[in-house]
Design a protein around this ligand. Structure first.
Ligand SMILES: O=C(O)c1ccccc1NCC(=O)[C@H](O)[C@H](O)COP(=O)(O)O
Length: 218
């Protein structure tokens, strides 16, 4: 029997939400720093507090929209998370600088799956990072959409990406109890990432979390 994918609960807004997500079964937490758009942004001092208090081996992902090595390194040092999630695209030289300056910090590149052209983007990024996260944003809009869209993308493209890269892959974008089984069957990702579907009026909803984890387990 195949192992179930790990679950990352994103848009965590407080220590209480972090503890609720971990109790429900999350392996990793997403902590969203300044973004051009989206509902899940929190202050860096809150991110730092959560990162400090969460027990190992839970992944603490700092979501950043920064694209320069200098800015990303400074932000990771302020926040102290064990993982960096790059929500926008960066130059290859940035990955090299991050690896040199932040040894031990895992790098996860978000690929916004807009169509078959995303396969080559994913292949190139996979050479430099520890994992990819496939999401439904769009970096070409006048105000970039870098996540938290609640929208599903084309999972047949995601599947092709999974088959083209050697690094573990997280699937994100509109995942919920009703579609998680189909998503897992279609893509067979290492991990799942979700935000909107487990919230009610912006707050993490423990009942929705339970329903999601039960659907994944069934
Ligand atoms: O939620 C935000 O404000 C956000 C903004 C920009 C980048 C990422 C953001 N959210 C975190 C995530 O990565 C989401 O978990 C991911 O996009 C899936 O979200 P959803 O489709 O709502 O489940």
């Amino acid at each position: 029997m195949k192992a179930k994918p790990r679950v990352k609960i994103c848009c965590i807004a407080s220590l209480e939400e972090a503890q609720a997500a971990i109790s429900a079964g999350a392996s990793a937490l997403g902590l969203v720093s300044a973004m051009p758009s989206g509902p899940g942004v929190i202050e860096e001092d809150v991110i730092a507090e959560i990162a400090r208090r969460v027990p190992p081996p839970i992944g603490t992902f700092l979501l950043t929209s920064e694209t320069s090595a200098e800015a990303i390194i400074a932000q990771q040092r302020r926040c102290g998370t064990n993982t960096l999630q790059l929500c926008d695209y960066v130059d290859a030289s940035v990955y090299r600088e991050l690896r040199r300056e932040l040894p031990g910090i895992a790098l996860v590149q978000v690929i916004h799956v807009t169509g078959p052209e995303s396969i080559e983007v994913a292949r190139a990024a996979a050479e430099h990072v520890h994992a990819l996260l496939l999401d439904s944003g769009d970096t070409t809009l006048p105000v970039k959409l870098l996540g938290g869209t609640g929208r599903v993308h084309d999972w047949t493209v995601s599947r092709k990406i999974r088959e083209s890269v050697k690094v573990p892959l997280f699937l994100a974008g509109g995942l919920k109890a009703d579609n998680v089984a189909e998503a897992v069957a279609a893509v067979e990702p290492f991990g799942l990432d979700l935000c909107s579907s487990v919230r009610t009026q912006g707050q993490l909803d423990v009942i929705k979390l339970e329903i999601f984890f039960a659907a994944l387990a069934s």
